[in-house]
Structure formats: C-alpha cells, structure tokens
Design a binder for this molecule. Structure first.
Ligand code: RIB
Ligand code: CA
Length: 313
C-alpha cells in the first residue's frame, strides 16, 4: 500500500516533536509532504524554528517547513510556556537549525498542495490550534472537499479541560477555528485528552527511549523528563501524556485506538466553557455525527511502536 500523504500542522512543543519524529521515521506508511507551523504552545517564531530543529534531528533537513498564522482568528494568543518552557522544547540543550524555512506562507502551501493533488489523497494532521487549517478553508473553500481526512489532537470529554476546567488547549486557543473545522464536513478523527492521558510516559518507558543509545532517544527522554513535571504535579500521574504522537500512531496502527463516531460541537460563546468540545458520546441529541472521537488506547502497544520507530532514526 502506498504511504499516506500528510501535512503536519504543529506548534512544537515536546510532544509535537515526538510526533514529527515518529512520522519521519515511518516512510513506508507516511509521506510527510510538509510541516506547517502555527502559534500555540509558544509564539510562531519559536514553533517554526522548533519544527526545523526536529526535522534536522530526524536527519531530514530537506523537509519543507512553513510558517503560518501567528495569532488565532479573532482572539489574543494564549501560549503554554508553563508546560513546555520558554523555548517550547525545554529540556535538552539544542543548537539553532540550519535548514531553511520556506518563504511561502503555510496557509498558501496547504491550499496549493490540496489543489495540486487528486481529491481524497491528502490527510491533514493538526497537532496545535486549528488556525492555519481554518484560515485555509475560509480563503479557499474549494479545498475542503479535497481533504481525505483530518486526524487531530484536541478536545476532551470525560477528561474535561487542561487549560480551563472545560477546555483542552488546542481548541481553547482558537475555538472559532475549531468550529470551522468541525463544521466543515471533512471526515475527522479526534485524539482527545480522553485517549492521550492514557499515553503516559512511565519511568520504564522513558528509560526505554534512553536505552536506544541514540541522539534521538536521548533528546526524547530529556524532553519527556522536562515536559512531564507539569502533568505529574497537576494530575499526580506517573508521567506525561504524549498527546500529539497519538495522531501519527493512528495513521500507522489504527487498531491501537477505539472510539465512537459522534457529534462534536465547539463552544465559542460562553466565557465559562469557551473551547469545550461538546461530544455527544451517549448520543442523546439528534445532531449528526461529525467526528470519530477516540476514547481508549493500547498504551503498551503505542509505546512499543514509538520505541521501535524512533530506533530507526
Ligand atoms: O492539550 C495538549 C495539546 O496542546 C498538545 O498538542 C500540546 O502540544 C499542546 O499543543
Ligand atoms: Ca501540539
């Protein structure tokens, strides 16, 4: 089977970095056409730089990396340095990237790429706020029907919020963008906190990364050591949830995940619940299902896949 063509839209972020490494380590299954950076965990100048650092770490300096939107559609940017550190990739020492940033705006790249390929052949993989995707859909509505699928990390139902009591960060930062994407009619697979909170980096799993004995293994272990302190303190969990790699793992091994095809609406009005993903998990409304909302994960299988693939870099 030919590898799946994807565009990764991202706000690195240590977990985004692991997702990008996993994708670049899996060329038999995934053809990364481009990486588009968006403002999120840290401002855009850092997310576009971090995306290039990660592509170079993967030994793929020819990857096309683009800078996209530096702020949400209508709101002020909210960032997450408290989780990811000032650089967004705190943990290990890292040198600046030498690979180039593409001149073209990420949104133009997304539009141009979807227009240039046959319908149903490109999957969008958003790992951050949905600003770039929504802006592309608004500027070029003709591309919406060309998207094969959107597989995104965002939202929460049983796990409720991680940035407010009701909302998960990626959706909260740009709820208007999320509403455009969830209302678009494109087939969507959602990796919410309900599933990513089961992808916890235990000590043994982090040591398995370190035991790879490679620069990639050491970097991933160091990022995880830094990134996990926030979640361990807040949730008393044994480690950090590797949110974004769930998106890429789904493309490689979908049977690691289980979920339900339900209706998901985005709260964009109430300040109290802004950015909440209102998932009709129990199908109590007659609202049409618009997303495959994941609820469970084979976490041992997930980490076995991750360690196996990272060992290839
Ligand atoms: O809420 C977790 C999500 O927000 C992850 O994608 C993390 O990288 C941040 O973007
Ligand atoms: Ca992210």
């Amino acid at each position: 089977m030919a590898p799946r063509k994807i565009i990764i839209d991202t706000d690195p972020g240590q977990d985004d970095a692991v997702a990008i490494l996993l994708a670049l380590a899996s060329p038999d299954e995934i053809d990364v056409l481009g990486v588009t950076a968006v403002a999120g965990n840290v401002p855009l100048p850092l997310t576009q730089k971090n995306a290039r650092i990660v592509c170079e770490l993967a030994g793929k300096p020819d990857t096309l990396v683009f800078a996209g939107c530096d702020a949400p559609l209508v709101r002020k940017l909210v960032t997450a340095e408290h989780v990811h550190g000032k650089t967004g990739l705190d943990g290990p020492q890292m040198s600046d990237p030498t690979m180039p940033l593409q001149d073209q705006h990420a949104v133009e790249y997304i539009i141009e790429t979807l227009r240039a390929h046959d319908a149903g052949t490109i999957t969008l993989c958003p790992l951050g706020p949905l600003t770039n995707i929504a802006t592309a859909f608004k500027s070029a509505p003709d591309i919406i029907e060309k998207v094969q699928e959107i597989v995104l990390m965002g939202g929460a139902y049983f796990q409720v919020g991680n940035i407010t009591p009701a909302a998960e960060f990626n959706i909260y930062v740009d709820p208007e963008a999320a509403k455009i994407v969830f209302d678009s009619g494109v087939p969507i697979v959602v990796m919410p906190l309900d599933v990513t909170h089961k992808a916890l980096t235990t000590r043994a799993r982090v040591e398995a990364f370190r035991a790879l004995g490679t620069k990639v293994g050491d970097m991933v272990a160091a990022w995880t050591d830094f990134f996990e302190r926030f979640d361990k303190e807040k949730y008393g969990s044994e480690g950090a949830p590797l949110h974004d790699p769930c998106v890429i793992a789904y493309l490689i091994q979908p049977d690691l995940f289980t979920g339900r095809h339900v209706n998901v609406e985005i709260e964009t009005v109430s300040e109290l619940t802004l950015g909440m993903t209102v998932a009709d998990w129990w199908r109590v409304t007659d609202r049409a299902p618009n997303a495959m909302f994941m609820g469970d994960l084979d976490s041992d299988g997930f980490f076995a896949l991750l360690a196996d693939r990272l060992a290839r870099l």
